[in-house]
Design a protein around this ligand. Sequence first.
Ligand SMILES: Nc1ncnc2c1ncn2[C@@H]1O[C@H](COP(=O)(O)OP(=O)(O)OP(=O)(O)O)[C@@H](O)[C@H]1O
Length: 701
Amino acid sequence: MTNVISTLASSPLVAKLLPHAFRGYQTYRRHRTTIGRSLFLLFIVRSVLSIRQAVIQFQKYQPKSTSSDPAKKKKKADVDMAFLKQLQRLLKIVMPGLASKEFGMLVVHSGFLVFRTILSVYIAYLDGRIVSALVQGKVRDFVIGILWWMTVAVPATYTNSMLTYMQSKLALQFRTRLTTFIHKQYLTDMTFYTMSNLDDRIKNADQCITVDTMKFSNSLSELYSNLAKPILDVFIYNYQLSRNVGLEGVLAISLIIRLSSLIVRTYTPSFGKLAAAEGHLEGEFRFRHSRIIENAEEIALYNGQEIEKSVLDKSYQNLIRHVNRIFRLRVPHGMLEDFIIKYFWGAGGLLLCAMPVFFKAGGGAARSVGARTEGFVTNRRLLLSSSDAVGRIMYAYKEISELAGYTSRVVDLLDVFEDVKAGRYQKRLVSSVSTDANAKQLQGRGEIKQSENIEFKDVPIVSPNGDVLVPKLTFHVKPGMHLLIVGPNGCGKSSLFRILGGLWPVYGGTVNKPDHKDIFYIPQRPYLSLGTLRDQILYPDTVQDMAARGVTDADLLDILKVVQIENVVEREGGWDAEKEWSLALSGGDKQRIAMARLFYHAPRYAILDECTSAVSMDIEKIMYTHATALGISLLTVSHRPSLWQYHNYILQYDGQGGYVFTKLDAQKRLALQEEKNAIEAKLLEIPKLEARLQELQETQA
Ligand SMILES: Nc1ncnc2c1ncn2[C@@H]1O[C@H](COP(=O)(O)OP(=O)(O)OP(=O)(O)O)[C@@H](O)[C@H]1O
């Protein structure tokens, strides 16, 4: 090392450069304050520019909104009158009245808040007394002060812990009220179905119900603590301060605080809108994940990982791009906020505390050193607490904005509930709707009447996209009739059942139908609920309903014997076994369980929508003959010719909006069967003809 230095020192280049370097250093020493100042100035200018840029960037950036209404889009999630109205609406739900448990908890919470402020003021005076005793060398006063300090710590720490406890309890209580209310709305009037199938506004109701309500409740409860206490603090501390240092000083500093708060508010990005948009993107991301779990088997068999991964990645990228934007916006905003709250107000506060020392305010200049020290320490503590309180109020603005975001998401959900319950749907319609006739049809409303029989009179079948599948449908089913419904794919066969089940609106004509419990529906992929094996047969009845009907496990086993699946009880571990039944049972097992469910309920009418596609012909025969023997009238959708023999009426769609509803007598049945056989034979010919055509083409080439 020494060698290197001596070699360098003796080098001619260094000898040449050294005088320049020395002169440069001398210049720097002479101007170092100027350089320092310039660098500092540069830093300030750079910071201001970056804040400006962030604000411009924020103004340019508008988070995507789900609403199609431009007026709504503009208003959503801002801290304004609309927000206050929305909040008031939710407050009525989470705190139903002055006699509610939540209001009681709020009063207790407020009591703790007041008590803590009183303790803080006392601690400020105690601090002043202790330091004053120290400065004056009064040992006895000092020790007494310390003992009091330790004594006050007991109620102070208890109050702090209770405040945290009350805040969490309140959040939980709010969430419970809101979730209970939402569940009631969501699971009545088929709202869970209509809002996802007939309306486009909320795509991820699960996210809104689970995450957004939780965030709203936490945010509301936090906000109360973060706002109520500082507001109280500001009043109490400022009152104490004005007594100690004079009202003018407190007024002057309050004015400075007010003006600087205005600056901070002006440059605060709309965190509410950003939080609402983040919630929306989180929901989308989660929804895409849940789709993969739902369709795992199909995706795996298609080997569709790559495409699913790209869909997930894209959704995640959208989310983190947005979150990153929020982070970037927070940097300059945090700087501005910190600068004003901690440094600018801090300097103002020191000036205020110095007033009784340098001037006559509060009789300060004439007092002893001990009294001046006591006054200064007390005032400074009061002031620090006061400025901390004002700071909290300022920070709370950001929290209010975020609360506005969560509020708007929850209120949007409630609005959609109300709308779909009243039959007001918002869905992007397909092009065919633009014709006048279709648009008119969508505005109309048909009649629904209670009846013993099922009867459609001039009822249009219209899909949620506004496609008119059948302009006017007329048919009926009475006890003893068994109706077969046939037609090409997508012509509206299952849609008829959706209208009958009350899922789709009746846009015209009259629908006569019996009570909901008299019509039982079995789809191609039967729904299996969470619960025991027994629950699968009873669904939607409960074990209590089963007992009330006088049905025993032995009766259920007899039903399973009819569909030849009684071994499932032993195989799966008894009636009380609980599993994810949709995974545990095969396609055929599921269809047999669904049939067993039908036999247990034995309704007046059964809708069988391709529900025997996975079982053999023998089982199919048993199912149909047993259902008929139980006196159930069947409405079957099926492409299987083997099923025709069990029906005596047919509703045949032509796929162009037309249909035929007629008796299916033996002759007609035979004719239809022959026609079907002929078509199937022709279809079988097609591959042979294609192969021959290819042979000929190859020979030609
Ligand atoms: N929830 C929905 N939202 C929008 N369109 C729908 C919805 N459900 C069904 N449709 C549309 O309604 C039309 C009729 O559907 P439907 O299920 O009644 O056909 P289908 O005759 O039973 O056909 P398949 O024989 O293939 O089961 C289809 O074009 C379908 O795309």
